[in-house]
Design a protein around this ligand. Structure first.
Ligand code: ADP
Ligand code: ZN
Length: 619
């Protein structure tokens, strides 16, 4: 059912952006923006939040003020909008007085649809009085708060200056406030609504699943070779950007060296580099003259490159939230991309150590420490439980996953190996938990079934249990994974505070062998043969390009790069890979056909249409 408004909205997005449809939550967020209703929109990275606040002022003919925390992103957004002839500007500390004056003149003349401003600037007296004047004149569409989780201490990027944004309510009474974030936790959501004093807000939460991402988890043996292979897979499908996340600065440098040794153009990036060099890496990555960046998590916030095709975690990240956010940088253009996580069983232990040490040094109180340890445990479970990764991620964020199999993760693609002895292993582990009175953690239970006579085992007399040593032949890492899988299956529960194992709702059934839980060998603990099969792996998610088209794709890409250099803009701003793929598949013959290509609005059609028609059809 399409209302009149939505037809109006569709016309606008076709004309300005060249998009043919809206994503589910976008339509409702835009309508809230047009109705002057407070709203909180939660969409994952790449979900299309910006369109939600860019469209309403274009239709209402008024101005929306956007609070945005990063100058780099503000600038990028303005430049991208200008390419579509969309009147937007950003005021920030990098601007000289003349520049700022000009922007305010355009604002007062009603010539701007979007004004981006940093939070600390938004609450200054000067800006507030401008805001008040615009409000009185009825010239404001709404106030949009981007990255709204920055207002919450429970978010991952708290910024105290966000706390003052509620003051804007007083300055602009009656003007709707719209908040946007990718952070899904309910606590942060509640905090945003309260802190911004949103009035009866519409809360829109999009799906967190990213169907175009293929998730893979692999045992880490030779990271540079494993990453090199994944880059090879990617290059065979047209190439793109690669981000490799490491835990430490030294780790980034070492891995970047090794990748260069294998012939990849790779650079390290971390907070310890001098700012000029850091900036240069960011710039080259954005301009696509550099494809592989090996970085600490310091890299990413200001990076908007839409054709990142591979995100690698060389170590297990510290939480599922962090993992989702970091992998979220892959495939923002909606085309297939891969997320590869390299895992060693010691990774989680390292995090636990770090967290405990930080607590001992008095940096975190007991509750916060416990919460962080639980986050690490959840992440470890995601890695070791052989459940569809798309399903596990969706469920982690409180959303049901409808598909039986995703076709885009190592588990569903059959790249993991079943434990042939599932029932027996389950029964022994469950009995062991029962025999030690459900009072010990996984490490001890595993010592018992593997027949290790540690001091603790002897002290409690657990070496005299009948099942002592029954699973002697199993590797410790495999058993750690099985315990996690039993927790995930509801047979066991793990105390979030002490890590003690006790029976879950399916525990008794599993122990008696009435409930069968299919255990899978955790990555890296299976047979050599399976390892080799995994190494090759099938092609990731269905690619949109057939091999014969790769040459043409390369040609269009280099045309995009030429235009980008000429204009001093990053290539993806000219056209995304999705647009290029669409051109190749539809082969438009005329400028009129070109209108039907996604991402080609009126302004870009006029500026670049001819050149791309020529490139598509000349030999
Ligand atoms: P977010 O801010 O939520 O991370 P963006 O607003 O940057 O996401 O959008 C991500 C990508 O999706 C951009 O390349 C954008 O142009 C594209 N996009 C957004 N909405 C649509 C749509 N309705 N149709 C096609 N592409 C879209
Ligand atoms: Zn799956």
């Amino acid at each position: 059912m399409e209302t009149e408004t939505s037809e109006h909205i569709l016309d606008t997005i076709r004309r300005v952006w060249g998009y043919d449809s809206l994503r589910p939550m976008q339509a409702r967020a835009i309508e809230a923006g047009l109705d002057g209703r407070d709203c909180l929109t939660v969409l994952p990275t790449g979900g299309g939040k910006s369109l939600c606040y860019q469209v309403p002022p274009l239709i209402s003919g008024r101005t929306t003020v956007v609070i945005s925390p990063l100058i780099a992103l503000m600038r990028d957004q303005v430049r991208a909008l200008e390419l579509n002839d969309y009147p937007a500007a950003a005021v920030h500390s990098g601007l000289d007085a003349g520049g700022a004056r000009e922007i305010f003149a355009r604002l007062r003349a009603g010539a701007l649809r979007l004004l981006l401003v940093a939070p600390e600037r938004a609450v200054t007296d000067g800006f507030c009085s401008t805001l008040a004047v615009l409000t009185d004149a009825g010239a404001l569409n709404s106030i949009a708060v981007d990255e709204a989780h920055c207002i919450s201490q429970w978010g991952h990027d708290f910024r105290p200056e966000y706390r003052r944004l509620a003051e804007l309510r007083r300055v602009a009474p009656g003007v709707a406030m719209q908040a946007f974030t990718a952070t899904a936790t309910p606590r942060v959501r509640v905090d945003i609504v309260e802190q911004l004093s949103l009035r009866d807000p519409e809360i829109l939460v999009g799906t967190f699943d990213r169907p175009n991402l293929t998730y893979r988890v692999r045992a880490r043996h030779k990271p540079e070779e494993q990453i090199g292979e994944a880059i090879g897979r990617m290059n065979a499908r047209g190439g793109g950007g690669v981000i490799v996340y490491c835990l430490s600065r030294a780790g980034t440098e070492g891995l970047a060296d090794k990748l260069r040794g294998l012939g990849h153009n790779a650079e390290a990036y971390h907070a310890g580099l001098d700012p000029r060099r850091r900036h240069r890496v960011e710039e080259r990555f954005t301009n696509e003259t550099l494809d592989v960046v090996v970085a600490t998590v310091a890299f990413g916030m200001g990076i908007d490159r839409s054709n990142v095709r591979l995100v690698v975690h060389a170590n297990v990240p510290k939480s599922v939230e962090a993992y989702q956010q970091e992998t979220g940088r892959a495939g923002r253009d909606g085309l297939p991309a891969e997320c590869l996580l390299l895992y060693a069983p010691s990774d989680a232990g390292k995090w636990e150590q770090l967290i405990r040490r930080s607590a001992e040094e008095g940096h975190a109180d007991e509750a916060a420490t416990r919460a962080q340890l639980e986050l690490v445990r959840q992440m470890r479970r995601l890695v070791t439980s052989m459940q569809c990764r798309h399903r596990a991620l969706s469920e982690h964020f409180g959303q049901a996953y409808e598909n039986e199999s995703c076709g885009a993760c190592d588990v569903c693609l059959g790249e993991t190996e079943a434990e042939p002895d599932s029932r027996r292993v389950t029964q022994i582990l469950m009995s062991a938990v029962a025999r030690v009175d459900q009072r010990f953690g996984a490490g001890h239970v595993i010592d018992v079934v593997r027949g290790r006579d540690t001091e603790k085992v002897t002290r409690f007399g657990h070496d005299r249990l009948q099942l002592f040593g029954l699973l002697e032949s199993k590797r410790k890492t495999a058993l750690v994974g099985y315990v996690d899988q039993l927790v995930a299956a509801g047979a066991l529960e793990q105390d979030p505070e002490f890590g003690t194992l006790r029976f879950g709702p399916r525990g008794v059934g599993a122990m008696k062998g009435e409930i069968e839980i299919k255990l899978a060998r955790p990555i890296g603990t299976g047979s050599k043969k399976a390892e080799r099969r995994r190494g090759k792996g099938p092609a990731p998610a269905p690619t949109d390009l057939i091999p014969e088209d790769l040459a043409l794709f390369e040609k269009l890409r280099s045309l995009v790069r030429d235009i980008a250099v000429e204009r001093g803009l990053p290539p993806y701003m000219i056209f995304t890979h999705r647009t290029l793929v669409d051109m190749i598949q539809k082969r438009p013959a005329t400028l009129d056909d070109m209108r039907l290509i996604t991402g080609v609005g009126e302004a870009k059609l006029e500026a670049f249409g001819e050149a791309f028609l020529r490139a598509l059809h000349e030999e």
